[in-house]
Design a protein around this ligand. Structure first.
Ligand SMILES: Cc1cc2nc3c(=O)[nH]c(=O)nc-3n(C[C@H](O)[C@H](O)[C@H](O)COP(=O)(O)OP(=O)(O)OC[C@H]3O[C@@H](n4cnc5c(N)ncnc54)[C@H](O)[C@@H]3O)c2cc1C
Length: 381
């Protein structure tokens, strides 16, 4: 593969960086300290994503008929890199533009597209994803939340767990079992559920990554109109598989990790550690991991830019991204020494965030299993 940015792409990145530097308030580091799920960041995301939308940058990789700019997937990865490197000022809306919008575009009815896509492309809506359940995480097809038809509604009962952003979301991309007799991959459907329906209760789960990060969502006799069904009834597994391929490379963790690495190197210099060959070696290794993750992600972007269907390369890119994140967080502990013990300090915060990297969107073990079976053709263990 030969790769090089065009002059237009470079100019776009420069303009984007200049815009972000002006648009982020001086208080951004405090505002973003609790991650994209905090109330403050969710609120700020409307203002910030709105400004990106005004410039045509929020969904520029979407077709113009859906509020996009017909740009290639490359423009979107430039945007995502610069956002992640700065603590994701789009807040939870990064999910909307990465995979919720494209999945609605692929499977939605004209009515669903007309309702949801303009809200997303103007930066005025927050979503959450209701996949995991207490007994269905890695083994997602064990999900038990039931949605049974009753007249013009589905009546939904069950619960979801680890739901990021549920506290501020207006909609949930909800995975349910619509055929109570079904098992595993069959009989699953997707509902685009408004979060203000009676019977939905959101409870926060305290977490090491920060407050307002994880939630449980309890669903008791929630009547979801049948118009909220995405794609064919009982065929939701193929929809969610499609969505996950987008989600896995949606957040370029390597961009944030590379920026963190710069700060670690600067700290090592200030502390006079750069003469230590072991530190030099680890800095070099960490940089190589970031670059590997970047190039592997670009391979997936290239496939998208050519309109090719998703492949296990997205699993490979995901594993590379989480490895870079972990390695850099561990290096920060080493370089910061005793200061790393300070709760909420640079090294501590990075480490806690990186711990979750290999869990979200399918754990590293699950990703490796998928690579083994789908990419290498090895028998399932
Ligand atoms: C930051 C973050 C954000 C998240 N946001 C959301 C969200 O918004 N919505 C949502 O629905 N979920 C969300 N999750 C949940 C996430 O998808 C699950 O935590 C993940 O799928 C793992 O499921 P589990 O926690 O039940 O662990 P388990 O599935 O119980 O796994 C426990 C351990 O067993 C290992 N394991 C399990 N099965 C296998 C296997 N077959 N082969 C090898 N090892 C295996 C796992 O790798 C893991 O180490 C989020 C998680 C994190 C960390």
């Amino acid at each position: 593969m030969e790769f090089g940015w065009s002059e237009e792409d470079r100019r776009y990145r420069r303009e984007l960086i200049a815009f972000v530097e002006e648009a982020l308030p001086e208080t951004w580091s405090e505002l973003s300290a609790d991650g994209p799920g905090s109330d403050a960041q969710a609120e700020f995301s409307y203002e910030f994503a709105g400004k990106l939308a005004e410039r045509g940058w929020l969904t520029q990789h979407w077709p113009s008929e859906y509020g996009g700019g017909d740009a290639t997937a490359w423009r979107h990865i430039v945007l995502s890199e610069e956002m992640w490197a700065r603590g994701e000022p789009r807040g939870p809306q990064y999910m909307n533009v990465n995979w919720i919008g494209p999945t609605i575009m692929q499977y939605g009815t004209e009515e669903q597209k007309a309702h949801h896509l303009p809200l997303i492309s103007s930066g005025q809506v927050l979503w959450c994803q209701g996949f995991s359940e207490p007994e269905a995480g890695s083994d997602l097809v064990a999900l038990r939340t039931l949605a049974l038809r009753d007249g013009d509604d589905y009546v939904v009962n069950g619960s979801k767990i680890w739901t990021s952003y549920a506290n501020n979301a207006q909609y949930c991309f909800l995975l349910v079992r619509t055929d109570p007799e079904s098992q595993r991959h069959r009989g699953i459907s997707v509902l685009l559920m408004p979060m203000d329906l009676p019977g939905i209760e959101v409870r926060e789960i305290p977490a090491v990554v920060g407050d307002r990060y994880f939630h449980e969502v309890f669903l008791t006799d929630v009547r979801v109109p049948i118009g909220c069904l995405l794609g064919p009834e009982h065929e939701g597994w193929s929809i969610v598989s499609y969505a996950l391929q987008y989600e896995r490379v949606g957040a370029p963790r390597y961009a944030r990790a590379a920026k963190t690495l710069d700060e670690i190197a600067e700290h090592a210099r200030e502390r006079g550690l750069l003469d230590d060959l072991r530190i030099q070696e680890r800095l070099g290794e960490a940089r190589a991991l970031c670059e590997a993750a970047r190039v592997l992600t670009y391979r997936v972007v290239d496939q998208r830019a050519h309109g090719l269907p998703p492949t296990p390369d997205s699993n490979v890119a995901r594993v590379a991204g989480t490895r870079a994140d972990r390695a850099i967080a561990e290096l920060a502990l080493q370089v910061h020494g005793a200061d790393a013990l300070e709760y909420g300090g640079f090294a501590d915060k990075n480490f806690r965030m990186a711990m979750t990297a290999g869990v979200a969107v399918g754990t590293t073990e699950i990703q490796l299993g998928l690579i083994a079976s789908r990419a290498l053709g090895l028998p399932k263990g």
